[in-house]
Design a protein around this ligand. Structure first.
Ligand SMILES: Cc1cc2nc3c(=O)[nH]c(=O)nc-3n(C[C@H](O)[C@H](O)[C@H](O)COP(=O)(O)OP(=O)(O)OC[C@H]3O[C@@H](n4cnc5c(N)ncnc54)[C@H](O)[C@@H]3O)c2cc1C
Length: 384
């Protein structure tokens, strides 16, 4: 592949070994039990996968975004939910600390996040709507040397297992266009006033520990503010873009896994004397279409990551990546289940879980429609 080089090949070998030996044996179990994969997550930290782009000064690997994409793609082929936990931790929460944190905050949180010593979560969504920041009600008021926070967040990943939460709260009236007035804070898990809710039972992403957190007169030292008062939304846009970008390689990994399973099955399943692949032209054509879509997505993913590595913001391309990554993954998984026939809908076969994870990919973190809305606005303003 044109985007491979010696360093990336080495890293790919490391992640392939990890996936083969440690992830694949437990992936179905995680889906079945909905247990958060703490052990795998910590192991990913030991191998450097939680701090791929974090500077070495803060115990990350200091590598490029393309290497991160390769790692996310490979893990998603076996266990998409692990990449989701990694995205919330490294890209969303870690991204905010990386961009806005002081040296002390980075030493305290980012270094530990890079190695997996700490698990991070990021709470933005409220019941008024994920994209509807203007009607979010969580507020932070400065009283002397402390911020006092009241409110709550819903559908937050990594809850309960997280050691610290990066959250957003209004510190003044919120500008409906720029969203100025919203500030970011980092809250340690044992801070009085922080209540962690129960995990939701979800269609997919089993094991992502998603649920509500709330704040009742939560007193936070002044120094737990990230960046400037009321001015975190640019950093949020970039960290969200980095998380949306991962949905490209994650969607690609999911699509490749489902396609491979269906292709193998079509060669092994005999129908009236011939493997399905040779017996039914429709099956062969389905697989050709699936493979074509995979190669289209691969091209989009790695060309966009190359732009990112050259320093481009890719605000719209990053959102397109989440849209196409989830759409292509979902379509390929749907067709893969169809090729399997009846056994395709049986959990133990292992193909339907990829469809469930692909479906959630189109909503978790941001709905594809909200992303289209953003891109449409940028196009109207001729900024894209
Ligand atoms: C498994 C999972 C994990 C998640 N993890 C996190 C997390 O770690 N942190 C976090 O903060 N949030 C997280 N979320 C929340 C997620 O970001 C929101 O679910 C998402 O943004 C949609 O918001 P909503 O659920 O409030 O739906 P709503 O905002 O009510 O939207 C419902 C539908 O309305 C449409 N819509 C909404 N806004 C627009 C728009 N602007 N333009 C066009 N159509 C629109 C879309 O079709 C959308 O699906 C997670 C969600 C899930 C399901």
């Amino acid at each position: 592949m044109w985007y491979m080089n010696e360093d990336r090949k080495l890293m790919l070998n490391v992640v392939k070994d990890f996936v083969e030996q440690e992830v694949k044996p437990v992936a179905m179990q995680i889906d079945a039990t909905d247990e958060y994969p703490v052990k795998l997550f910590k192991r990913a930290g030991e191998l450097g996968f939680l701090g791929i782009t974090i500077p070495t000064e803060y115990d990350g690997l200091g590598l490029d975004h393309t290497t991160a994409a390769l790692i996310y793609e490979e893990i998603a082929k076996a266990c998409p939910v692990l990449t989701v936990a990694m995205g919330a931790h490294s890209m969303l929460a870690g991204g905010m600390i990386s961009m806005l944190g002081s040296h002390e905050q980075k030493q305290k949180y980012l270094s530990k996040a890079a190695t997996g010593e700490y698990i991070l979560a990021c709470g933005s969504t409220e019941s008024a709507g994920g994209d509807n920041h203007v009607e979010h009600t969580t507020k932070a008021v400065l009283e002397g040397d402390e911020w006092v926070i009241n409110g709550g967040k819903v559908l937050v990943s990594n809850i309960g297992v997280a050691d610290a939460y990066v959250i957003f709260a209004a510190t003044s009236e919120v500008d409906p266009v720029t969203r100025a007035g919203i500030s970011a804070f980092v809250i340690d898990k044992d801070t009085p006033g922080l209540t962690i809710g129960a995990w939701e039972h979800k269609l997919g992403w089993h094991g992502s520990a998603t649920g509500s957190i709330s704040f009742q007169d939560l007193h936070l030292p002044k120094e737990n503010l990230l960046g400037q008062v009321g001015g975190c939304m640019m950093a949020a846009a970039v960290s969200c873009t980095n998380e949306f970008l991962t949905c490209g390689p994650v969607g690609l990994g999911i699509a490749e896994a489902a396609y491979e399973m269906a292709f193998q099955y079509s060669l092994e399943r005999v129908q009236r004397g011939l493997p399905m692949y040779d017996r039914f032209q429709v099956t062969k054509f389905k697989l050709v279409k699936m493979r074509t879509m995979i190669e289209e997505l691969r091209g989009f993913v790695y060309s966009t990551y190359a732009m990112k590595d050259q320093g481009e913001m890719v605000l719209c391309e990053g959102r397109m990546m989440k849209i196409r990554g989830s759409e292509i993954a979902e379509e390929i998984c749907r067709e893969a289940i169809q090729i399997f026939g009846g056994v395709g809908v049986i959990r133990e076969t292992g193909v339907e879980r990829f469809w469930r994870d692909a479906k959630v990919l189109a909503i978790g973190g941001a709905s594809v429609e909200a992303l289209q809305d953003f891109i449409g606005t940028m196009m109207r303003l001729k900024k894209f």
